[in-house]
Design a protein around this ligand. Structure first.
Ligand code: AMP
Length: 421
């Protein structure tokens, strides 16, 4: 037997309705905010992700890289933003100084240590808004992420926001942080030692107990913000408050990727059974990324949700979702002759908009009945020798347990009336 690859999972029919519901829900909600869907390839040239000033673990350690037969260096996308921006630049979607609002949904691949809520292939959906640095766009994006969890009916979550400041504020703070941490170099964890030169802000994200002790007295980002950054962040938080969106400011929230500046945010699950990977969504501003990827200087902001974690939240909070439609009718037959008749009748019912099925395994009456009930069929259509001779079928209502004989010629109108089809 060949097993699935470590860190991947199969989505079986018993669970798929949650995913289909979620996908439909997202598309409808995001359309309301005027986001247009974009679909980009799942693999790209490696240098789209492996850039000189991108030192995150995700890019340096976790990508699936390979050469194709044409000796091209390719990478399975570990996240959505880079591919969407590549496409935005390549297709000149920025023409006429338009504000472009894009939304995507699709699989990503990271060679991470698999655990609860963390996979090597996982689904993300997210948005990118390109072309404006208006603080109201930041609010719109945060509100959209917030509405996603709220309108799904979830209750156990918290929104955390922070600002990393503009480029200058971020650089000044990084310098101060490195100055503070350098005397502690020998005491820092292995990862933090490495981050000290490459991505010092990420040290604030460390979970290592000893790192945490050292970080406790580190300089605070808020003391290094430029007046402009401070004012913009204040505008954002004020507007969030007036929209009645609860949030917590977390000055240690820095997010993994190097390209973020200004606003960053996450929504985390607070369900006690969620496991350690609690981030449902992460996002932020990236005002220099379009340029870094070879495009014009255009500001952007976006977020990405992990779908597996949303599905897990829906299950843990026992949110009841509308179930998939079940069978209107299931045919029960007794021999090749009655099965053939059922097969023809089934085609007629399906043409008339009914959802039906029948048994192709020549199973016993009892197993056919069992199958029909497990499929939650609303009606059984029983065709035996007697019925055939009378040009009728027996129609049984599985809920009321009533049954009556119906002329084959009248079956469609009979079911239409009963099922309001
Ligand atoms: P990131 O792109 O790392 O900012 O992640 C955005 C969101 O994607 C996270 O908040 C998670 O919900 C989800 N996510 C990231 N990595 C994984 C993973 N390996 N497995 C499952 N979900 C993930």
């Amino acid at each position: 037997m060949i097993n699935k690859v470590k860190g991947t999972y199969d989505l079986l029919p018993s669970d798929i309705y949650i995913w289909q519901y979620l996908e439909k829900f997202i598309k409808e909600l995001y359309q309301k905010y005027n986001y247009k869907e974009i679909r980009t390839p799942i693999f790209e040239y490696s240098n789209l992700f492996h850039r000189d000033n991108e030192h995150s673990d995700m890019v340096t350690k976790e990508t699936y890289n390979f050469k194709d037969k044409g000796n091209r260096d390719l990478t399975l996308r570990p996240e959505g933003t880079a591919g969407v921006l590549r496409s935005y630049i390549e297709n000149k979607l920025y023409a006429n100084n338009r504000l472009v609002k894009l939304f995507y949904i699709g699989p990503n691949f990271r060679y991470e240590r698999p655990q609860k809520g963390r996979f090597r292939q996982f689904m993300q959906f997210g948005v990118e808004t390109l072309g404006s640095n208006d603080y109201l766009i930041d609010v719109e994006i945060i509100k959209l992420a917030f509405e996603t969890v709220k309108q799904l009916g979830l209750k156990q979550y918290i929104l955390k926001i922070n600002t990393l400041g503009d480029k200058q504020s971020k650089t000044n703070f990084e310098k101060a942080l490195v100055n503070y941490l350098t005397p502690f170099y020998n005491e820092l964890s292995f990862d933090s030692k490495e981050r000290l030169t490459k991505n010092p802000l990420r040290i604030l994200d460390s979970k290592d107990p000893n790192d945490l002790k050292i970080i406790k007295n580190a300089p605070s980002l808020k003391d290094y913000l430029s007046d402009k950054s401070k004012e913009s962040f204040e505008n954002i938080t004020k507007m969030l408050t007036s929209l009645k969106i609860d949030y917590e400011i977390d000055y240690k929230l820095v997010r993994g990727l190097d390209y973020y500046s200004d606003t960053v945010f996450e929504i985390l699950s607070t369900n006690p059974n969620f496991g350690s990977q609690t981030a449902l969504v992460g996002g932020g501003r990236y005002n220099s990324l379009v340029k870094e990827l070879g495009g014009p200087e255009i500001p952007g902001i976006g977020f990405a949700f992990g779908m597996e974690r949303l599905v897990e939240s829906i299950k843990l909070e026992e949110i009841s979702l509308p179930k998939e439609k079940t069978l209107d009718a299931y045919f029960i037959t007794f021999d090749p002759k009655t099965k053939k008749e059922a097969f023809k009748l089934q085609a007629l019912l399906r043409d008339n908009g009914f959802i039906t099925d029948l048994n192709y395994l020549n199973s016993s009456f009892k197993s056919q009945l069992k199958e029909a009930l497990s499929e939650e069929a609303k009606y059984l259509i029983i065709i035996g020798e007697d019925e055939l001779n009378e040009n009728k079928v027996t129609v049984k209502d599985t809920k009321l347990e009533t049954q009556e004989k119906v002329k084959i010629d009248n079956l469609v109108s009979y079911l239409k009336e009963k099922l309001n089809v």
